[in-house]
Ligand binder design. Structure first.
Ligand code: BG6
Length: 482
């Protein structure tokens, strides 16, 4: 470890998403969001999507971990760990219950006032995702999600409403969570929500490249317009993108594998951020569209909206890396919203995600070399089974080791010269898994007494990792890394 030193004022914190932890899905005027139609699954069993909500079945996102009624306690625990940043999302359907309503829901707006005020009282800077894998379900039923161009206007109205309302409370904003998962079938399910009339296992949702690229185009235009609005009206705002960065290694040094890896990096990791950071479609897009039968429908002004909406900083999630290979014996493994090739040099989590801290340093160097704007790691963590001991303690050395190794990797990247300004661990408090809908896939430093059959008291408990992260934060990354 050479010269690890995090800059003064580095942001340390945690990241969450409204639909995975707020609960209170039908309280105070909130409308159902797309995730409220997903049942729980597991590592092996995909989540089921239902068109109607069946009162006799358990939908894990409905209650989440009830942050809605525990936010003061939870934020106090984050402050105790030393957080100076908290990433959260606003539930679109709490503000506009149907998405196309004429007026916002005041009770929903008031809830986030309370949350932001509580964060401020603890000197925690909010980092707010405008759309984290959800939209009002009505927009799915009526418009088929981002397949429709009309979503652009609804999203603009929603964003302008929250910008105007929280202009003095929030400075850092992200438009779409992991927007690049919209290039994949599975991620596409969450991000672009093109599941009009669909019922059945999430794994059976399939869309064409044409549909995915068109939906992403709508999101790029929407993102461009709201970033421009923010810059024009609120110069104090800082606007960011958010990508799921899955570093890909060539499975062998066969040039065919290296080339396939480059292609995979372009379509999965760079396509969306090239648009949102550079304000234009990348040079390789035309050939990619042509080879995948994509003909984008654009309107006059779309490219200008994209050009005007360049983000101020780049953010990403990093959990794992994968390999890309063209040979028959190339083995696959599980991953974040996608499948990747197996890497014999890496260990995996119980859910098959390959643990690769050095990959984070590589990713940070690659991203910074490409864009040279400030970076934030806004999700990183490991889902694991935790055991509560008889005395109530929870020993999670695996999570501590994951944390320490990834913090070290970030420190090394900063020493390499990367302008990294923030780190928010995914799920600092246990919450519902997006991919599987499970509670037992736990990420938290704080345990929540909530289980997959819906039982539990919601009691919060500090795990060993709570104190490990606290130590790292207190020393600004110089201690607690062993
Ligand atoms: C990211 C998402 O893909 O990974 C989060 O932004 C998600 O919403 C996280 O929860 C971890 O994935 P999972 O499926 O383990 O919850």
């Amino acid at each position: 470890m050479a010269n690890i030193k995090f800059p003064e004022g580095f942001y340390w914190g945690g990241a969450t998403a409204a639909n995975q932890f707020e609960g209170a899905w039908n309280v105070d005027g909130r409308g159902p969001s797309v995730d409220d139609h997903f049942l729980g699954g597991s590592y092996k069993e995909p989540r089921q999507i239902t068109i109607d909500i069946d009162p006799d079945r358990f939908y894990p996102n409905h209650d989440g971990i009830d942050f809605y009624h525990h936010y003061e306690e939870d934020i106090a625990l984050f402050a105790e760990m030393g957080f100076n940043m908290f990433r959260m999302s606003i539930s679109w359907s709490r503000i506009f219950p149907n998405g196309d309503d004429a007026e916002p829901n005041e009770a929903g707006l008031a809830f986030y006032d309370r949350v932001f005020d509580c964060l401020r009282a603890h000197n925690i800077e909010p980092l707010v995702t405008l759309s984290h894998y959800e939209m009002p379900y009505h927009l799915v039923e009526k418009y088929n999600g981002w397949a429709s161009r009309e979503l652009i206007g609804f999203f603009e109205k929603y964003c302008q409403t929250v910008f105007d309302r929280y202009q003095d409370k929030v400075k850092f904003w992200l438009t779409f969570n992991e927007i690049n998962c919209g290039t994949q079938d599975m991620g596409n399910l969450f991000g672009t929500s093109m599941i009009q009339g669909f019922e059945g296992p999430a794994s059976a949702v399939h869309t064409t490249s044409q549909a995915r690229m068109q939906a992403l185009h709508h999101q790029f235009v929407a993102s461009g317009r709201v970033v421009r609005y923010a810059h024009e009206h609120y110069p104090q705002f800082k606007m960011g993108n958010m990508d799921c960065f899955i570093l890909s290694y060539a499975a062998t040094c066969d040039p065919a594998d290296v080339f396939a890896t480059q292609q995979e990096m372009n379509t999965m990791n760079w396509y969306c951020s090239d648009v949102q950071v550079r304000g234009k479609y990348p040079f390789y897009a035309k050939r990619f569209w042509a080879e995948n039968d994509v003909e984008l429908v654009m309107e006059d002004g779309d490219l200008q909206d994209i050009a005007d909406g360049k983000v101020d900083f780049y953010t990403f999630s990093y959990y794992m890396s994968g390999t890309v290979g063209t040979h028959k014996d190339h083995e696959m493994t599980e991953g974040n919203m996608t499948f990747g090739g197996k890497n014999p040099y890496l260990e995996s989590t119980d859910w098959g995600w390959q643990i690769d801290p050095l990959g984070l340093r590589i990713a940070l160097n690659e991203i910074y070399a490409r864009y040279e704007i400030p970076l934030m790691v806004v999700e990183n963590g490991m889902g694991a089974y935790d055991e509560v001991e008889e005395d109530g303690s929870i020993h999670d050395p695996y999570r501590i080791a994951y944390l320490q190794s990834h913090v070290k990797a970030m420190g090394e990247a900063i020493a390499d010269g990367v302008d990294l300004i923030a780190y928010t661990w995914w799920g600092p408090i246990d919450l519902v898994s997006a991919g599987t809908g499970e509670m037992r896939k736990r990420y938290g430093f704080i345990h929540v007494d909530k289980y997959d059959d819906g039982t539990g008291t919601y009691e919060r408990r500090r795990k060993d990792s709570f104190f490990a992260y606290q130590k790292i934060i207190k020393s600004n990354g110089t201690e607690g890394l062993a």
